[in-house]
Design a protein around this ligand. Structure first.
Ligand SMILES: [Zn+2]
Length: 103
């Protein structure tokens, strides 16, 4: 069950555990004052620590390596087609991508 943050105009902030289907409260259980629901930080996915970023950058490296591999395959295909102009153009773009990937 998610915990929602509320703020009472009299008592300040408090938390309340509620079902998602439950309506948000608008009356303070302490003093009966007006309460506002705050955007909860407890709902949704929370990324803790640096692990997420590390994995993310590793994934990006893998993606780029994969993209470079695909480019290499295109190089080879261009050679097989004896398309020298195409090969040179393709190889140049691959070199650029390799440089990007390693920077
Ligand atoms: Zn209150």
């Amino acid at each position: 069950m998610p915990i929602y943050d509320y703020e009472c105009e009299n008592c300040g902030r408090f938390e309340k555990m509620q079902k998602i289907s439950e309506e948000s409260i608008n009356e303070c259980p302490q003093c009966g004052g007006v309460v506002h629901r705050l955007i909860s930080k407890n709902v949704g996915i929370v990324f803790k620590g640096g692990g997420f970023y590390k994995t993310d950058s590793e994934n990006r490296k893998k993606d780029r390596a994969r993209a470079v591999n695909q480019e290499r395959q295109k190089d080879n295909q261009a050679l097989l087609d004896k398309d020298v102009k195409g090969y040179v153009k393709q190889a140049e773009s691959t070199t650029e991508k390799v440089q990007e990937a390693s920077s």
